[in-house]
Design a binder for this molecule. Sequence first.
Ligand code: C2E
Ligand code: CA
Ligand code: CA
Ligand code: CA
Length: 281
Amino acid sequence: RAGKALFEAQRVGRGKVITHGGYYASPAAVRDGLTNGEFFLLFQPVIHLSTGATAGAEALVRWQHPTRGLVPPAEFIPLCEASGSMQVLGRWVVRESIEAAADWARRDRSDGQQLSISINASARELASAGYGDYVLDECATVGFPPSLVRIEVTETDFGTDAAAVRDNIRVLRDAGVLISMDDFGTGHSSLSRLTEIDLDVIKIDRSFVGAIDDTTDSPVADLTIKMAAALGLDVIAEGVETKAQARWLLDRGCPYVQGYLYSRPVPSDEFVARFVEEALT
Ligand code: C2E
Ligand code: CA
Ligand code: CA
Ligand code: CA
């Protein structure tokens, strides 16, 4: 069938080409997986570099598939995008993420710090009608402030349906939600594209951070930190794995970091124990 062939070899997601069968990520399979509790979220802390304080977390989805085992999102997200199941999965991710963050917010922190929640949105989700309203409705349902929600988008998300994407971004930003540009520097768009998008945060892709060591600089990371400061944007370096990288970023004034040096993505209860309650007196 032509439709099935298309599903199996479609250019999807972040420019990847799926060439193997993606039947296991069909809408029916994803719905069953959600019903059966096969999907779960992990949370990776976002750390304020100069103080070491936890500023928030990024939600990262996992699929514990009954026959395939633990499938990484880099594999199933593009398949979900291609098969049309990304909307249902994405909305589940939004609801679970905001519920988790609302739970953390109910635990008073002695330092008064309110933790943000960063949620990845893929192209199909961002272009779908009502996505922005859905995020805001979930905030209202659990009483979580939209200003603590960050939606992570990528440059490639603006390729098709840019008008629909912009509509959702406008709805979100009008309510105070922050927009983060994920994987910055890896897309095909230019600096002019960056100034066309209403942004609050830039995330330096881990490919640039990973290149840094005692003897190697990252000119791209350096320029991104300077550019973000000039544009009045916040910046987060992702994939920080070594103290040398953290020191390099601190020296250049990078305010926020994420990476295995601080923590791998962890379940919500572990995040609470290590990064929320740890800050209580
Ligand atoms: P991303 O948004 O760029 O997420 C960062 C990825 O880097 C995560 O991989 C994270 O586990 C990993 N990472 C964090 N710190 C380090 C480090 O120090 N070193 C290294 N080597 N890796 C680190 P993960 O969880 O496998 O997610 C991969 C991608 O899948 C994400 O990239 C994102 O594009 C996508 N994704 C994950 N969860 C979701 C989701 O809920 N919705 C959507 N639309 N996409 C998601
Ligand atoms: Ca991300
Ligand atoms: Ca990223
Ligand atoms: Ca990435």
